[in-house]
Structure formats: C-alpha cells, structure tokens
Write a protein of this length. Structure first.
Ligand SMILES: Nc1ncnc2c1ncn2[C@@H]1O[C@H](COP(=O)(O)OP(=O)(O)OP(=O)(O)O)[C@@H](O)[C@H]1O
Ligand SMILES: [Mg+2]
Length: 452
C-alpha cells in the first residue's frame, strides 16, 4: 500500500499573502533542487517528493505492507515538508521578503480548487478490475461517515471534502472527470501478478485513528473481496449520484436505491460491511497488517457507527476528523452566535489542517489530549529517515544511501534502481514484497568499486 498526499501552500506576512503559491512552493523545494537538481526525488525513507507545475507539493509514501507502518510513513511526510518549510522561511527572511509558510493537509483551497489524497492498494492480477471496483463502490461512497475530514461549504457543514469533487465511479482519467477508482494500469510491479488499485475519493486525514479507519476498513473490504468471503453486496443503482447527499447528512440516513428495487441507508451499508469485517478477522491469514491491529480498526469502526446511529458523538469525537472538527466549529459558532458561513469559521476550518505542530489547530487539540493517537512521535520520527523494512522500499533506501555516500549518479523509480557510471546498470524490483535481493547488493558493490 502507499498513500499520496498533495498539500496546499501559502506564505503570509502581516496577515496578507506574500508571493504566489507557485513561488512559495519553489522556495520549499529549493534545498531539494540544490541537492538533486530535480523537484521529483526519492527521500532517504524511500518515499517520493514531487513538485509538479502548479502549487501542490506532493509526498507519496514508500510501499508499506501494514497499516501502522503506512500511517508512520504518511505522518513522516508532514515532518519532511514542515522542515523544508522552516528552511524556506529562513530563505524568505534572508531575502527580506519575510513571512510564515503554511502547508495545509486538506483537499480544497479557498478558491475551491481540489487536490488529492490517493490511496494505492496492491491486489492480485486475477481480478477483473471493473467488476471488482463496482463491488468496492458501496464502501467507498459511504466510508466518508467514518473517515471524512469535514468542511464548511456553501453555508453548511459537510462530512467530506472530496465528495464534492468526484463525478464518476470507475475510469481511467484522473483530472477530467475524476473517478472514484482509477483504472489506469500502472502496477509499478510485475504486471502478470499484480494490480495497483488507485482510489482517489478519500479525504486527507489529520487524525491518526481516522487514517487507520480509512485505510484499515478499505483494506479489510479488499481482502474479503479477494478471498471471496461472504459479505453483503449492495448493487447500487447509480453510486455517484449519492456521494454528495451522504456528505451532507451526518445522520447516515441517506437512502440509496438498489438495483433490486429496495433501498438501504448509508449507515446500513457501513454497518453490514463492518459486521462482515468483524467475521473476517477470525478467518483471515495473519499476514501483512497484523490481525490484532485490524481488530483495533473494527472496534473503532463499530464505535463510530454506533455514535452516528445514536447521534451522540461524544464517545468518538476525539478520533474522527469530521467529528473533532465539528465539535470545535460548533463551540465557536455558539460563542459567536453566527451562521456556518461566518469567515471566522472558515478560518478555523482551514487552520485545522495546518501541519505545523506548534500552530495548526488539529495539533493543538492533539497536544491537549483532545485528539487521540494511534501511533507515537518516536515512530513517526523514525519513519522520516528509515524506510519500511518489510518491502522493496528498504532496498531502494539502501541503494540511495550508498549512492549518497559515494556521490554516485543514480536514477530511481518505484520499480528500478539504476547506477549510471561507468556503464549504466539497472536492477528491477518487480515484487514489492521482496525486501532482499542479491542483485541490489551487487549493484551497490559495483558503485563502490567504481567510486573515485
Ligand atoms: N505495486 C504497488 N501496489 C500498491 N501501491 C504501490 C505499488 N507500487 C507503488 N505503490 C505506491 O503507490 C504510490 C505511487 O505514488 P506516485 O505519486 O508515484 O503515483 P502515480 O499515481 O504513479 O503517479 P502520479 O502521482 O505522478 O500520477 C506510492 O505511495 C507507492 O508507495
Ligand atoms: Mg502521485
């Protein structure tokens, strides 16, 4: 699995923006470009940092094979960017521009532009992607109840940011029509054995337990579908039609029409999916994400659905992003006696996603114990410099570290490691689960023996 996150960026001095977001992003990437002569690189933890044209710096985690490992890598990306932001602030200061840099881990900017949080799940090649994606669809459109990040939009509170931004269920395009599952066939692995399921409907999460719910629940559904486990199938008439209605309804009571003429609510779909996942736990092979970890996911999932059913969020409003945010916003709304459209509330909504640990509202809540943890600062810090040890990411990291030490010229992508000198030599890593490889050892020896 891997998660790609695009960030919003701005620099502010004396309350007003300085420089365009594109320019701020270039300041952010300056040390990266100085070292690598590129703004598209792999980091020592084997993840990818990327600045496309435009203003949304992206971090794509290394390949992970368990949930908490993935969470740590994702959170490490925030730290990597935050540290670059601190360096960029110093550069702005030196150049007498000044200002503080803000990086937002959200999905919609103040002008309504949307940017993504993409989830990648490896599945077997034997599955036909389109029917499989359709089976996954009921979960993907209703899971916002458990893992939405919340947003104020057009004078009301919605539970998900991305729900408003997708227009199709399954397709190969990412920008034109924005499908929920992207079928572009780029497995970044042996294409005879594997597929990469690219899910682009999720919100970026600040809360650790919410991230665990988003990834963990989807992983469990994928596992059940791949294993042919007996789970409820909801054949929706037109899934995409409902995604926005569900986002606007924190009660989960939105009724969805099924192909057989009956209806089910979003909450029904979540409850039955979660119940199947609970049963699956005692059948699944205990590999990849440990069953004990997924047990924690299912237990939280059940608690969140119960809170939605009873409309008493108090038991989980430190764990689910949209509930944490709703609670905070409601306090301010009552204090101000204002409508949802009040600009102060929009400001709070945005500040929730500020990744600076000492400034962002989410992190201030977390430091006060008002947002529960799933992992630890130590584990996240370790993931800044250390790759996942159980996937090919560890080979990439070793190769990059050796090249860095030797000053050797190399090129790397998800599948390939290439030493450029004296003669170009490439090693392919088509199996993401393979964490040792003699050819990589040989390639490193080759670099060592030809270093000056
Ligand atoms: N075989 C695989 N199965 C699942 N995930 C994978 C696999 N190989 C790589 N990944 C993950 O997929 C993500 C790829 O990120 P990247 O941003 O490079 O994706 P992309 O969709 O190919 O490209 P782009 O964002 O440039 O369109 C990473 O998080 C990586 O860990
Ligand atoms: Mg990407």
């Amino acid at each position: 699995m891997g998660v790609e996150t695009e960030f919003g960026i701005t620099a502010v001095r004396d309350g007003s923006p300085v420089l365009s977001p594109e320019e701020v992003a270039r300041y952010l990437f300056r040390p990266v470009v100085a070292k690598h002569r590129s703004s598209n690189i792999f980091t020592p933890n084997a993840s990818r940092l990327y600045l496309d044209v435009g203003a949304h710096p992206e971090y794509a985690t290394a390949e992970c094979d368990s949930l908490t490992q993935l969470l740590n890598s994702d959170k490490a990306g925030e730290l990597i960017f935050d540290r670059l932001a601190v360096q960029a602030e110093a550069a702005l200061e030196r150049e007498r521009i000044g200002g503080e840099i803000y990086l937002f881990k959200n999905n919609v900017d103040s002008r309504g532009n949307s940017y993504g949080a993409h989830e990648n799940y490896l599945v077997g090649r034997a599955l036909a992607l389109k029917p499989f994606s359709l089976l996954l669809m009921p979960h993907l459109i209703t899971r916002q109840l458990i893992c939405g990040a919340g947003i104020i939009k057009n004078g009301r509170f919605l539970i998900s940011q991305r729900a408003d931004q997708v227009w199709e269920s399954v397709s190969s395009a990412t920008t034109r029509t924005r499908p929920i599952v992207n079928t572009r066939d780029e497995p970044h692995a042996d294409s005879h054995r594997f597929r990469r399921m690219h899910v682009i409907v999720g919100d970026s999460n600040m809360s650790e337990p919410t991230f665990a719910l988003k990834i963990g629940s989807t992983l469990l559904v994928l596992e059940m579908l791949e294993a042919g486990f007996d789970m409820p199938t909801f054949e929706l008439d037109n899934p995409i039609e409902y995604i926005r209605d569900i986002a606007a309804d924190p009660t989960g009571r939105t009724e969805l029409r099924l192909k057989d003429g009956t209806t089910a609510t979003a909450l029904d779909i979540q409850r039955e999916t979660c119940a199947a996942a609970r049963r699956w736990l005692s059948h699944r092979p205990d590999e990849g994400t440990p069953t004990a970890e997924l047990m924690g996911v299912v237990t939280l999932w059940e608690r969140v659905l119960y809170a939605i059913e009873t409309q008493d969020f108090s038991g989980v409003d430190r764990e689910v992003d949209w509930m944490i945010k709703l609670r905070l916003l409601t306090q301010f709304k009552e204090r101000l006696g204002c409508e949802w459209s009040h600009p102060k509330l929009a400001q709070i909504d945005l500040a929730y996603h500020d990744i600076r640990r000492t400034r962002g509202l989410f992190y201030l809540l977390q430091s006060k114990g008002l947002a529960t943890r799933w992992t630890t600062d130590e584990a996240i810090e370790a993931a800044v410099s250390t790759p996942p040890q159980t996937t090919r990411a560890t080979l990439r990291a070793r190769f990059l570290a050796a090249a860095d030490e030797l000053g050797a010229q190399v090129n790397v992508d998800w599948v390939h490691l290439k030493a450029n000198r004296p003669e170009p030599r490439t090693v392919a890593l088509p199996d993401p689960f393979s964490a040792s490889n003699e050819a990589v050892d040989d390639l490193i020896s080759y670099m060592i023996s030809h270093s000056d």
